[in-house]
Design a protein around this ligand. Structure first.
Ligand SMILES: Cc1ncc(COP(=O)(O)O)c(C=O)c1O
Length: 453
């Protein structure tokens, strides 16, 4: 019985074996059998499946490349790791070792950065929701507080006078950069004069040190020109502050928003073919800031809060085929053990998915579903894949940004996350959750403790 071949009901399906497709190339389905030199099978055997695998080497290489590109175009550059993108301690620590400050948007992220050892003065506190208590901590630590709205500004004026302490502040500026829809819900608007009004209010306050200007013009920005427009507008504000108030800013923070190599849903061509290069973005930002025409020693530090562009391609998700079926239209469907619970970015991206073993040249149009008992749990509606079977593995690529922060403990628990260190050792950096962990915050009232069933 054991040796009997598995029966699969025959269907007539058009097969593609090494044909050109309509763009002239045959489907590229290179099996990904190793990650940083370690066998995928070995990783899955040791740490289970699904499994997030992050490469330390890739993070360092991305950060160093970004430093080099920006520092060869603008004299003073500082990166600040955007915690929300991926705040696993090991990931943040690698960025901090590479010299990045911390960019946080909540007290939770703020405390995480501090606990990791980041100095208060190297924490940038963004976001629209900072309580009086959060602001008190940030003032006492000398953190850089980026004010989002007038209520926060007035709260800071009141708080600093009550504490009799000075706060280091900047404002977040929003603007029309030519990319739409405009991101105008955060910060103060440039075009209608609101940003200037906020700056004047800060200058008039006794205990607020105006140290910088901040903007974050959007995310997955596809036009380098928008950054140039933004940098020119920031430079205009900085020049106005010098001219009218004799204030020289310490820094201009151009935020994040640079795209990663993931292809957006609805995008026809692959990301690599249509996105500007990092060099083009750096050119745009530095050309915009250079319109300042200040003396070299008066030029502000350029801060960048790049997230996805530095982390997406450092991480892969190993997943295993649980079952293979045919849909009613004859399409092959795979059910795999990683779904949208772990891959939040599936709602924006057409993720690159490759087999993790040599699976022959025959391919089929395949749908890939996750393990959740929910119709939305679909990783790919139609992908040219080799003929995979139960137990085969897939590698979902470019998953480093936003998945390990926006993942859901929904139906299934979150799996292990490992980092392959530079010397080739594999470290568990976040343990798979278990029932005790998930139920820890729950309280069962006494009367429900004995059940009749
Ligand atoms: C203020 C701020 N900075 C940086 C980032 C990082 O953005 P990205 O991952 O697009 O580079 C974000 C993300 O939304 C943000 O809100």
């Amino acid at each position: 019985m054991e040796n009997k071949k598995r029966y699969e009901r025959p269907v007539v399906i058009k097969q593609y074996s090494g044909f050109m497709n309509k763009f002239g190339s045959r489907p590229v389905l290179n099996p990904v059998t190793t990650i940083d030199g370690i066998e995928v099978d070995e990783l899955a055997e040791r740490f289970g499946s699904p499994l997030f695998v992050i490469s330390e080497k890739a993070i360092r290489s991305n950060q160093r490349k970004a430093n080099r590109i920006f520092k060869t175009r603008y004299p003073k550059v500082q990166f600040a790791w955007s915690y929300k993108t991926n705040y696993l301690n090991a990931v943040c620590a690698v960025f901090h070792q590479e010299g990045s400050w911390a960019e946080v948007v909540s007290r939770f992220e703020y405390d995480k950065a501090k606990k990791l050892g980041v100095k208060g003065e190297n924490i940038i506190f963004n976001g629209p929701d900072k309580s009086r208590d959060d602001l008190t901590v940030a003032i006492n630590d000398g953190a850089k507080i980026h004010i989002d709205h007038f209520d926060e500004l007035y709260e800071l004026i009141d708080l600093t006078s009550q504490l009799n302490k000075k706060a280091n502040v900047a404002i977040r500026v929003n603007m029309d950069t030519g990319t739409y829809p405009k991101w105008d819900r955060f910060g103060f608007n440039f075009e209608n004069g609101e940003a200037w009004q906020a700056l004047k209010r800060i200058i008039a306050a006794t205990n607020l040190n105006l140290v910088g200007l901040h903007t974050h013009i959007g995310t997955y920005m596809m036009q380098a020109d928008s950054y140039k427009t933004a940098a020119i507008k920031m430079a205009q504000l900085a020049a106005g502050l010098k001219r009218e108030n004799g204030i020289l800013l310490d820094y201009i923070d151009m935020g994040g928003g640079l795209p990663s190599n993931n292809t957006l849903i609805g995008q026809y061509l692959p990301a690599e073919q249509i996105l500007p290069t990092l060099e083009e973005f750096a050119d745009a930002i530095s050309e915009g800031l250079m319109t300042l025409n200040f003396q070299p020693d008066e030029m502000p530090l350029l801060i960048l809060e790049s997230g996805r562009a530095l982390i997406d391609d450092t991480s892969k998700l190993i997943s295993t085929v649980i079952a293979v079926k045919r849909l009613s239209d004859g399409r092959r469907a795979l059910i795999v053990d990683a779904g949208v619970n772990l891959l939040f970015t599936r709602f924006w991206y057409k993720h690159k998915i490759n087999p993790a073993q040599d699976s022959g040249v025959m391919t089929e149009d395949t749908a890939i579903y996750g393990p959740l008992c929910m119709n939305i749990d679909c990783l790919a509606e139609s992908l040219v894949m080799p003929v995979l079977k139960k137990g085969d593995k897939l590698i979902i690529d470019y998953v480093g940004a936003y998945n390990m922060t926006q993942w859901m403990q929904f139906i299934h628990m979150r799996p292990n996350v490992v980092m392959i260190l530079e010397d080739g050792t594999v470290e568990l950096i976040r343990k798979a959750e278990d029932l005790d962990y998930v139920q820890m915050p729950e309280v069962l009232p006494e009367k429900f403790k004995s059940l009749p069933v």
